[in-house]
Design a protein around this ligand. Structure first.
Ligand SMILES: CC(=O)N[C@H]1[C@@H](OP(=O)(O)OP(=O)(O)OC[C@H]2O[C@@H](n3ccc(=O)[nH]c3=O)[C@H](O)[C@@H]2O)O[C@H](CO)[C@@H](O)[C@@H]1O[C@H](C)C(=O)N[C@@H](C)C(=O)N[C@H](CCC(=O)O)C(=O)O
Ligand SMILES: Nc1ncnc2c1ncn2[C@@H]1O[C@H](COP(=O)(O)OP(=O)(O)OP(=O)(O)O)[C@@H](O)[C@H]1O
Ligand SMILES: N[C@H](CCC[C@H](N)C(=O)O)C(=O)O
Ligand SMILES: [Mg+2]
Length: 501
């Protein structure tokens, strides 16, 4: 593309230098710039990209996108907001890839990853070629790629959608985080269906208030567009959790056709009834606008029924039969690090779960309390440099459901680990748990070891917060750490009477 073609995409832009400069790539990180690139200067949360123009030019940038003056004598486009320009320019550079496949976006505090995996499974079983983007990975058909964020920055996102489109992917199912919506990472995305799972407390460090957090989630629905087309392929759907009051707000701000799912509220389009939850799976009946059917899924817990309902609704809207959806969902054994059982023939249960919010921790523990025959123990912490107000709430919740709690480190990131533990302890103390019922152990491995060592037949040990993660970030340094591997080793060492771990 030529520089003038980029400039013409924004009314509010000024071009300086040769308008016919040929652009062969776009970068927002000066360290990654190659010859022929357009370097977009982003004002970040830590540093200002305008500081790195010298490195970008040295590395071969032939032009810059700026929102404030820089001294380099290279062609430039000055814009009002370079983050917005990044979304516009990358969508155009990759020729609007989200228009060339069906994009399904899932937002909400909890359940996004699970729901995207369920939809991917249903669509793949219908011989669709699928792409997936989210917390655990990006996938293009069977190929997996590592990701830094749940929802990629606009440039990487458009590049990934382009790669999907080139690989003949017909559906992409993606998690859309509130950060991404707020920062405009998904501005260039043309969604077919937007799904809302739920809204409970998280990320108040970033959004400030629950109302602002709700409004960020709402952007996925308010920007969805409308369904007014005689071509069914162009229709837009909003799939909402009818049991979450936030859905009333989302209904008002979307012009897409609304479908609701739920358990408790009457009158939803897709409803689960006759629920039975065990430690092996979950049975329920689904009543939909195309009929009813009994489901027997291997995922555990009421919260997973909501995820299944969201996936069922979105799949029905793609014309897939309820019977096929049932067959696919019943085959799903589990999702990496979500309520994942670590089993080494021991006579107690050890479950690793990604619950890192008050609501998800409560859901996991409540589910366990419904089937546990012995004592319940939880090992958990809270992430550093994240919402501090959730820490005592999670302490209270653990105290409410557990016989014993081990408060430990999650990813302290740049915070002092012990301060995080003390914040959690406040909630435990408030709930009246005594000193003999809980312990603060900064070292996560030691906490897991102690919790498992103290488990007896039929007890359940929940190791919460890190799920699929294979690292732990302490003092800003990431080191290998996997709750599942640590738990496995500890169980084996107990069985083999080997104290070396
Ligand atoms: C707060 C936040 O979201 N930050 C994201 C943001 O970084 P930033 O704005 O701080 O960038 P910065 O480091 O200040 O740099 C500014 C600019 O200078 C450039 N730069 C920087 C250094 C250099 O030498 N040269 C250079 O050009 C950078 O490439 C960038 O363009 O842009 C980065 C690149 O896309 C993201 O990786 C980063 O996510 C960080 C890692 C993060 O932790 N984000 C979390 C809060 C987040 O987004 N989480 C949500 C999921 C939440 C959930 O639902 O649970 C997510 O979608 O992942
Ligand atoms: N629908 C749900 N409602 C409440 N809690 C849920 C739901 N689904 C899953 N959970 C809980 O939340 C945890 C995270 O689930 P999942 O990874 O699917 O959510 P997510 O929204 O993708 O999270 P993240 O914001 O970290 O990307 C699970 O381990 C489980 O404890
Ligand atoms: N997407 C979430 C993941 C949190 C996972 C938890 N293990 C933590 O580190 O806080 C976040 O970035 O807030
Ligand atoms: Mg996720």
């Amino acid at each position: 593309m030529l520089l003038k073609e980029f400039a013409s995409l924004l009314k509010h832009s000024n071009l300086y230098g040769d308008p016919d400069t040929v652009i062969t790539g776009i970068k927002t990180d000066s360290r990654k710039v190659k010859s022929g690139d357009l370097f977009i200067c982003i004002v970040g949360h830590h540093v200002d990209g305008h500081q790195f123009t010298e490195q970008a030019v040295k590395n071969g940038a032939v032009a810059l996108v700026i929102q404030q003056d820089v001294e380099w004598n290279v062609p430039k486009i000055r814009v009002k907001d370079s983050r917005y320009a990044m979304a516009v320019f990358s969508s155009a550079f990759y020729q609007y890839p989200s228009h060339k496949l069906k994009l399904i976006g899932v937002t909400g505090t909890n359940g996004k990853t699970t729901t995207t995996y369920l939809i991917e499974k249903v669509l793949r079983d219908q011989s669709h070629r699928t792409g997936l983007m989210g917390t655990i990975q990006m996938k293009i058909d069977d190929q997996s790629y590592n990701v830094e964020n749940t929802t990629l920055e606009a440039l990487e996102l458009q590049r990934s959608l382009d790669l999907m489109q080139k690989n003949k992917i017909d559906y992409c199912i993606m998690e859309v985080s509130s950060h991404a919506l707020e920062m405009g990472r998904v501005l260039g995305c043309h969604y077919r269906t937007a799904i809302f799972t739920n809204l409970t407390q998280d990320h108040l460090d970033y959004h400030g208030t629950m109302d602002k957090y709700k409004q960020s989630k709402g952007l996925l629905f308010s920007r969805l567009g409308n369904t007014f087309s005689d071509n069914p392929e162009n229709r837009k759907y909003a799939v909402l959790n009818g049991d979450d009051p936030v859905s009333n707000y989302l209904k008002k701000i979307t012009t897409a056709e609304v479908f609701t799912y739920g358990i408790d509220q009457e009158g939803v389009d897709v409803q689960a009834t006759d629920i039975r939850i065990t430690s092996k799976g979950t049975n329920f009946k689904v009543n939909t606008f195309v009929g009813s059917m009994d489901f027997c899924i291997q995922l555990i817990g009421k919260f997973n029924i909501y995820n299944a309902l969201a996936a069922i609704t979105a799949s029905l809207l793609e014309g897939i039969t309820l019977k096929s959806i049932k067959e696919s969902l019943e085959q799903v054994k589990g999702i990496d690090g979500r309520f994942e059982s670590v089993y080494e023939n021991q006579d107690y249960l050890v479950i690793v779960d990604y619950s890192h919010t008050p609501d998800s921790l409560e859901n996991a523990l409540k589910t366990i309390s419904e089937f546990a025959e012995g004592k319940i123990t939880c090992v958990f912490g809270c992430g550093g440099d994240r919402d501090r107000t959730k820490r005592p709430l999670m302490g209270q919740i653990a105290a409410k459901y557990c016989d014993h709690v081990y408060v430990t480190s999650d990813n302290p990131r740049t915070e002092n680990p012990i301060h995080i533990l003390l914040d959690i302890e406040k909630g435990i103390i408030d709930s009246g748990m005594t000193g003999s019922q809980y312990e603060l152990i900064v070292d996560r491995k030691q906490a897991i070891k102690k919790a498992i060592s103290n488990a007896y037949a039929k007890d359940v040990v929940l190791i919460a917060g890190k799920g699929h993660e294979t690292y732990q970030e302490i003092h800003g340094v990431k080191k290998d750490f996997d709750d599942r591997l640590v738990a496995k080793k500890v169980i084996r060492s107990i069985i083999n009477d080997d104290p070396s771990i």
